[in-house]
Ligand binder design. Structure first.
Ligand code: ATP
Ligand code: MG
Length: 570
């Protein structure tokens, strides 16, 4: 393919500067102009507890996109503070997904766990300053003391422990001398604060878990709130961009930055997360689909994961274009999945070479064509791109056409092959059907037809023009293959809203396997990662898992037209 442009470089062509600027662009531009920021540093901070999904693609495009646009750096940082749920498998999958999307992080991959020593020192600093204490309330008691949105909380009975006692107890926590849940280190802020996040939040918890990156050296782990901003500060992140649910955590983010001797002062900005209809974008629910085998792994081509979309044949450019098209705002909304599908179709239409593939073959014998003859028909690789190679289509006495492209009788609306009528074979001759051969069940198993001479590139000399054009392949020179037709995984526009069981909304027809398909022989050269338009049926790619040389498997990336829109408009 000739369209492997990268969006990671400076001066991203996807976001020309004449476009209206979204609020994050405006903030960064202002900070650069005022000198508040010398060089923009952003970060994409996934927790390695699952595979990335389309929502993460939005965050990736935003964080890497801002760094690229303003000549800065974007870091990839694994937010790995919950060892029980995290693993190296997810770390590797996330790295591969970010790079496939077309982005490259600055410097090495970073891990929050690389900062555990420093974070621990800062926790000691807070204790010495009288701003943190070890609290022995059980999780249930702590909840009870926390109060509610309308009622203030109450001070923990352990809040006034001395610095020395806190230092000793925290050290014992670190050495693994206490059980999980028996105590925690909390920041001493304000139990009456209207913002619950400021009511003495937990900084460190006891967890006697093996960590995929640090092994068994820690038996205490920092909370997300304590780790995140300080990691940003250590890396010199200038604009820490996150989703709106962290807006209420911003005062706490700032409290830590103000109360610790951090080297830099990052600022947090929130944007609306991507919600998309007919789709679930929660790692927990996606994991459930995988664990309960409703799908064939995280990269099942029906999954909204980046790896699933890649396997399905969605091009990275289409995902980036989609992320640009939906924009960045501070108000929550639901994006129509049709916009994503449009971006995929639009890119593939311009960039996918054409091919013919018969999905449900019906044999056609051309009675006036010699059995030992083969002509080489020529067809363009793409109707309006001359940088694509021409295809060679062997034309022989026996061919396959689509079963649905033949009828013994039909009304005028049917513009395909009918007994006694003519049709043009795409890039080849006009033929006329004479006879339908049937099996004992009365099913048509072969059509006998005639080539109308002189119709290569010309209308028939007798003036009887065919009404339609159908696709075909040679029955003697073709590639036998399997085709997997995918459709939306859910047939409910909001599968998980209002406490609904999203499993009930699974579309039972989201996968259809056709295992006797006949593709034009040029597809024998197809490689994983190539995209094709199978004329009249859709866009396809080789399946990276199941395809073999003996039995190629093509995934239908998407149909040529949006059939869902038609259903909705009926
Ligand atoms: P999930 O809710 O699926 O578990 P998460 O937010 O817990 O996702 P993280 O690995 O913490 O997953 O996310 C990494 C980054 O991606 C965060 O900055 C997060 O805000 C962002 N992100 C996650 N989901 C979305 C979404 N739907 N739209 C935009 N950004 C998202
Ligand atoms: Mg998260």
């Amino acid at each position: 393919m000739s369209d492997q442009s990268s969006a990671g470089g400076r001066g991203n062509p996807d976001t020309p500067s004449e476009k209206p600027q979204h609020f994050i662009q405006q903030i960064i531009r202002k900070d650069l102009e005022s000198g508040q920021t010398a060089k923009v540093v952003t970060r994409f901070p996934p927790e390695p507890n699952g595979y990335l999904h389309i929502g993460h693609a939005k965050s990736i495009c935003l964080n890497f996109g801002m760094a690229a646009e303003f000549g800065g750096d974007c870091h990839l940082r694994f937010d790995d503070t919950n060892p029980e749920k995290e693993s190296e498998e997810y770390v590797n999958a996330i790295k591969a997904d970010v790079q496939w999307l077309g982005f490259q992080w600055a410097g090495d991959v970073r891990y929050t766990s690389d900062y555990f020593e420093q974070l621990h020192k800062w926790a000691l600093h807070l204790i010495r300053e009288g701003k943190a204490y070890v609290c022995d309330l059980s999780p249930d008691e702590a909840r009870e003391y926390r109060g509610t949105l309308t009622e203030p909380g109450r001070d923990s009975p352990y809040r006034d422990r001395s610095v020395e006692e806190n230092l000793t107890l925290f050290e014992k926590m670190r050495l693994g001398e206490f059980d999980e849940g028996s105590c925690a280190l909390r920041a001493k802020i304000d139990m009456a604060a209207p913002n619950i996040n400021l009511r003495d939040p937990i900084i460190y918890r006891i967890k006697k878990a093996h960590h995929h990156h640090t092994g068994d050296i820690w038996s205490i782990y920092p909370s997300y709130d304590f780790a995140h901003g300080q990691s940003d500060a250590l890396e010199g992140v200038t604009h820490s961009i996150c989703t709106l649910e962290f807006e209420d955590h911003r005062p706490l983010y700032n409290w830590f930055i103000e109360n610790l001797p951090v080297p830099t002062a990052p600022r947090q900005y929130e944007f609306a997360r991507l919600n998309i209809n007919y789709t679930v974008t929660s790692k927990r629910k996606l994991r459930q689909l995988v664990d309960e085998e409703h799908v064939d792994g995280w990269d099942d081509p029906r999954m909204p994961t980046i790896s699933g979309m890649r396997r399905r044949g969605y091009p990275p450019e289409a995902l980036r274009n989609f992320c640009t098209a939906i924009g960045v705002t501070r108000s929550d909304s639901v994006v129509d999945v049709g916009m994503l599908e449009y971006a995929v179709r639009d890119h593939l239409d311009k960039n996918a070479p054409r091919a013919m593939c018969v999905l449900d073959p019906l044999k056609v014998t051309l009675t006036n064509y010699e059995a030992d003859r083969t002509e080489e028909m020529r067809a363009p690789g793409h109707p309006n791109r001359d940088d694509f190679n021409e295809r060679v289509l062997p034309f022989t006495q026996t061919l396959f056409i689509e079963r649905e492209d033949f009828r013994e009788e039909a009304n005028k609306k049917y513009k395909r092959l009918v007994l006694g009528k003519r049709v043009r074979l795409r890039n080849a001759y006009v033929i006329e059907a004479d006879e339908a051969i049937k099996n004992e069940q009365g099913e048509v198993i072969e059509v006998r037809a005639r080539v109308i001479e002189g119709t290569l590139g010309n209308d028939p000399a007798d003036g009887v023009k065919p009404k339609g054009v159908i696709h075909w392949v040679s029955a003697t020179h073709h590639l036998s293959c399997e085709v997997r037709q995918y459709d939306r995984l859910f047939n409910d526009p909001s599968p998980d809203s209002g406490g609904k069981d999203f499993l009930q909304a699974i579309n039972p027809e989201s996968l259809r396997v056709l295992n006797n398909c006949k593709a034009e022989i040029s597809l024998a050269n197809a490689r994983v990662g190539d995209h094709f338009q199978f004329e009249r049926s859709g866009y396809f790619c080789l399946d990276s898992r199941y395809s073999t040389l003996e039995k190629p498997v093509f995934n239908r990336t998407i149909e040529l037209r949006d059939t869902w829109a038609k259903i909705q408009n009926q």
